[in-house]
Design a protein around this ligand. Structure first.
Ligand code: SAM
Length: 303
């Protein structure tokens, strides 16, 4: 675990990449434990506020977590509502996501009637509630939320044609999270969605994890179909590598283009009026403009 004493006090250095790292000053270690699944660390920092670190890898920071959580959650909810108004409200599955950030954002929509968070490690949720409650911000007390302590691989396989939205809020593809990245898992998510259901996930850093981005986009496009899949960018200061990526796809429906969907999503967004810090439908569609080398699903290359 990369906590380093320096003349300037305690610093954290991330363990994700062997040859490049990001670091920040730590004002306090709020919690440190080894659960059955992973090392869990909550830090307080002058630059980023509270930070959740799992196995030496930054998961989310108070300063910029809204950029990631809002985009993945609201883009998915609004896209689903635009494609087909779900009778009886939306049934959402969050894969991983034990920190509660994606659930918190989905629950801002009154049209969401159920959110199931399936995380393999209950200690993540318990630690967040005890030491970083600002992030779930009451999501776990919402009666619409069910927390399932299980491996999401098996959980997703048990469901067919059920969910309106699946958000895969997974760590990087290491350890227990590795099977959440293959094409088989994407196919299981596809099967667990209703027609018109939406799948959203992050796909790594465009520059530092280009292979992961291309593979993830390829897997999603292979399962859902290229016409049903879109990718976009988001940038935070706590995920190293500049541009980070997201992939979203719709089941058995053509992915709506900005021209037709933006107005509908803006109207839904205004009606729902979730209290957001960063997201807008305009920003979502603008973020789908990729740099040239990454523009085509099969042409991405490592530089
Ligand atoms: N936003 C983060 C990111 O971009 O890296 C992900 C945060 S979230 C805390 C990731 C969660 O996935 C962790 O709480 C971890 O316990 C959970 N997880 C890892 N492997 C899993 C699996 N096989 N099934 C369910 N949850 C899993």
């Amino acid at each position: 675990m990369a906590l380093i004493e320096t003349n300037d006090g305690l610093w954290f250095q991330e363990d994700l990449y062997p040859e490049i790292s990001c670091g920040f000053k730590v004002s306090a270690v709020l919690h440190s434990e080894r659960s059955a699944c992973q090392d869990i660390l909550i830090l307080d920092t002058p630059a980023l506020g509270k930070v959740l670190v799992l196995d030496g890898i930054i998961q989310c920071a108070q300063k910029d977590e809204a950029i990631y959580h809002e985009l993945l959650a609201h883009s998915g909810v609004l896209l689903r509502q635009t494609l087909a108004p779900a009778e009886g409200g939306l049934d959402v599955l969050v894969v991983g996501g034990g920190d509660g950030g994606i659930a918190r954002e989905c629950l801002k929509h009154s049209g969401v009637v159920r959110v199931t968070v399936v995380d393999i490690d209950p200690h993540v949720r318990e630690t967040m509630l005890a030491h970083f409650p600002e992030l779930p911000a009451g999501a776990y007390a919402d009666p619409r939320l069910t927390a399932v302590d299980a491996d999401a691989v098996g959980f997703v396989r048990q469901h067919r044609n059920r969910f309106d939205l699946i958000v895969a809020d997974t760590p990087d593809p290491v350890g227990a999270a590795t099977p959440l990245f293959g094409r088989n898992f994407v196919a299981d998510c596809h099967a667990a969605l209703q027609d018109g259901g939406v799948f959203v996930r992050h796909a790594g850093s465009l520059l530092l994890q280009t292979d992961e981005f291309c593979r993830t986009r390829g897997d999603v496009a292979a399962v859902f179909g290229t016409q049903c899949t879109r990718t976009g960018l988001l940038a935070t200061c706590s995920y190293l590598g500049g541009w980070f990526t997201w992939v979203s796809a719709v089941k058995n429906a053509r992915y709506p283009e900005a021209d037709s969907a933006l107005q509908a999503m803006r109207a839904l967004f205004d009606r729902s009026a979730p209290d957001v810090h960063w997201y807008s439908p305009e920003m979502q569609f603008a973020s789908q403009v990729l740099p040239r080398f990454a523009g085509e699903p099969v042409r991405g290359k490592n530089r």
